[in-house]
Design a protein around this ligand. Structure first.
Ligand code: ADP
Length: 262
């Protein structure tokens, strides 16, 4: 437990530091992107200079994505938590995601209709899913495989809570993202939530994805369990506290959600 506390404080400190830098960096990036766009307007189309300026813009966009991840991680950005039907958000996000998943990956989706309401910022749920699915797809680049997403209610009673020391009893929503990719050994699993830990090639990963996921879920009072086996695959289980609430007060409730207007 002590280790966990130290780890969590370390992450908070890094988060605050990184957040400050990211904020300043964002302003500088805005200037770079703004002036590049202006220069592009003044440059003849298809000239070498205009191609080079396009490159500057592309690189800046990537830098901006990275900075956005850092800002979320440090949680300096304003969050808007509201009661949401998580299954509707998951459904929406996965519709978007499906298109970008290569055909070598089989896609299984199981969302229980009675899945409850959670207190969350829908954008953050989006981010959580994108990060987890991107990692899963990456782990299956070579051999293909199956990506399975599962969403259901789960009530944790006292007996069950005792088995997992870091878990309090109560009503939860359980979101599972599982892949049959290359998996991880134990030593790797221990490090995956550390900011900037990555095994990907430079330029492929920031090492911030799972720190962001961890921060978001912890912030909702939830927790994450990871099961992984080298050569077999990985499963992320996200336990998110459920709120008992009158569903007419819920954003993204069935009749107000634009899912039917595709
Ligand atoms: P990044 O994806 O930028 O490397 P993350 O924090 O999202 O950063 O992930 C950290 C590391 O955790 C990855 O580099 C990878 O080694 C490992 N990892 C995460 N998800 C999976 C997965 N589904 N299968 C295998 N390894 C994973």
């Amino acid at each position: 437990l002590e280790n966990q506390v130290i780890q969590s404080q370390k992450m908070d400190a890094i988060g605050t530091l990184a957040g400050g830098i990211a904020h300043d960096f964002n302003n500088i990036l805005s200037a770079i992107m703004g002036y590049t766009q202006l220069s592009l307007i003044d440059t003849p189309d298809n000239s070498q200079v205009s191609h080079q300026l396009e490159r500057v813009l592309q690189a800046s966009h990537r830098a901006k994505e990275l900075v956005d991840q850092i800002l979320t991680f440090s949680r300096q950005e304003e969050q808007k938590k509201e009661p949401v039907q998580i299954r509707l958000i998951v459904g929406e996000v996965l519709k978007l995601l499906r298109a970008s998943i290569p055909s070598t990956i089989e896609f299984n989706l199981e969302i229980r209709k009675d899945t409850g309401v959670i207190l969350a910022d829908p954008i953050q749920i989006h981010q959580v899913l994108m990060n987890l699915c991107a990692n899963a797809a990456h782990a299956m680049t070579e051999k293909g495989g199956a990506l399975s997403i599962n969403l259901a209610n789960l009530d944790i009673d006292n007996a069950c809570a005792k088995q997992f020391s870091d878990l309090s009893p109560g009503p939860y929503v359980l979101l599972t993202v599982a892949d049959t990719g290359h998996g991880m050994d134990e030593a790797t699993v221990e490090k995956i939530f550390n900011p900037y830990f990555t095994t990907k090639e430079p330029g492929e990963g920031t090492g911030l994805g799972l720190s962001v996921v961890h921060g978001i879920i912890r912030d909702m009072g939830g927790f994450i369990k990871v099961y992984s086996e080298k050569g077999q695959g990985t499963s992320f289980q996200l336990y998110i506290p459920r709120v008992e609430i009158d569903s007419s007060q819920v954003m993204f409730s069935e009749h107000t959600h634009p899912s039917g207007t595709e």
